[in-house]
Write a protein that binds this ligand. Structure first.
Ligand code: AVJ
Length: 320
């Protein structure tokens, strides 16, 4: 099995990811400090997220996996064989074997910005599906992605599990859905996971777990800034906060200053007042109508929707 790879991350002479530095410096200069959530996923962050998926409070992974396990025959029926499965933000791809095993694909193209993680996961998956061409692409999928030439002539199935779409504000989510349609082509389908609105307590617990793994995941962003961008953020003076924003139907993660702080990042100075936060993630929760609106605005027509037995999470199949 051939594993091809294309690197699309833009690094400067010192190996610093230019987009990361630009996002952090711009975000820390805002009145409400904010860093885009995708920077949570370096190799350490991706590993911490995998740990989160095994927490008792974090229901989305189990709920989505339940749907994938239960509905294989319907996927095979509605999707058909021979498609190149393009997974956006594949991480360690734990759910992928369930889908690939059900639909008899022509190739698998995992896209992720965490390179080491991507390579390890692609190699493992390739071993479990001998004969399936696997073409990992190290790329930021929020930009237009050039797919490997080997899959150019295959119809595509986009796979976007985990409710990662929920990490984007609607405007950005629509842009992403449109660029996915561009990347995948007019014959493509999309299987997308979306988390559902539910009780505030259940949601808060899922994003502020008792063992503090989500706190470590959040704090890792500050550690990453210190490590990669020559930062002096006093990480032990930041506290993990998870808040439900009812207006926007989303969980927000913040890093809150426990006291007045001043620190440097990439040679620039920043201050935080006690109680001030850096907004590090949105995780939007959906209702059926908001899901359909979002998909349609992004150029995708919903075909079929599945939910888990406890109605916590949904998977939607849509067509271009
Ligand atoms: C997999 C990115 C969708 O928003 O639930 C988990 C990330 N953040 N705990 C989510 C996450 C905090 C997760 N996504």
């Amino acid at each position: 099995t051939a594993i091809t790879e294309i690197r699309l991350v833009d690094r400067d002479e010192g190996g610093v990811d230019r987009a990361f530095r630009a996002d952090v410096l711009a975000g820390l200069a805002q009145r409400q400090k904010a860093v885009p959530a995708r920077w949570l996923y370096d190799d350490a962050g991706s590993q911490l997220f995998e740990d989160i998926t095994r927490l008792p409070e974090y229901y989305p992974t189990r709920a989505e996996t339940e749907i994938l396990q239960a509905r294989g025959a319907e996927f095979a029926d509605l999707i058909g064989p021979g498609r190149a499965v393009v997974e956006f933000g594949s991480g360690s791809s734990v759910k992928t074997p369930l889908l690939l095993g059900a639909i008899d694909p022509g190739a698998y193209v995992p896209l992720d910005i965490a390179g080491d993680f991507l390579r390890a996961a692609a190699a493992e998956l390739s071993a479990n599906f001998p004969g399936l061409p696997v073409h990992p692409v190290e790329a930021d999928f929020t930009r237009t992605v050039t797919l490997p030439a080997e899959v150019a002539d295959m119809p595509k199935l986009g796979f976007f599990p985990g409710s990662t779409i929920g990490n984007m504000v609607p405007r950005t989510a629509v842009d992403l859905l449109r660029s996915m349609r561009e990347t995948l082509g007019s014959q493509s389908k999309l299987l997308i996971g979306m988390d559902l609105v539910k009780s505030r307590d259940t949601l808060i617990a899922a994003y502020d777990d008792a063992k503090g793994v989500t706190a470590q995941f959040n704090l890792n962003l500050a550690r990453r800034i210190n490590r990669e961008l020559d930062g002096t953020i006093p990480v032990d003076k930041l506290r993990h906060k998870a808040r439900w924003n009812d207006t926007f139907a989303r969980i927000e993660m913040h890093l809150q200053a426990a006291q007045d702080l001043s620190f440097d990042v990439s040679g620039k100075s920043f201050t935080m007042q006690a109680g001030e936060t850096i907004h590090t993630e949105n995780s939007h929760k959906f209702r059926r109508r908001s899901q359909n609106m979002l998909l349609l605005a992004g150029g995708w027509t919903p075909l079929k929707r599945w939910v888990d037995g406890k109605r916590r999470f949904s998977l939607i199949l849509a067509e271009a």
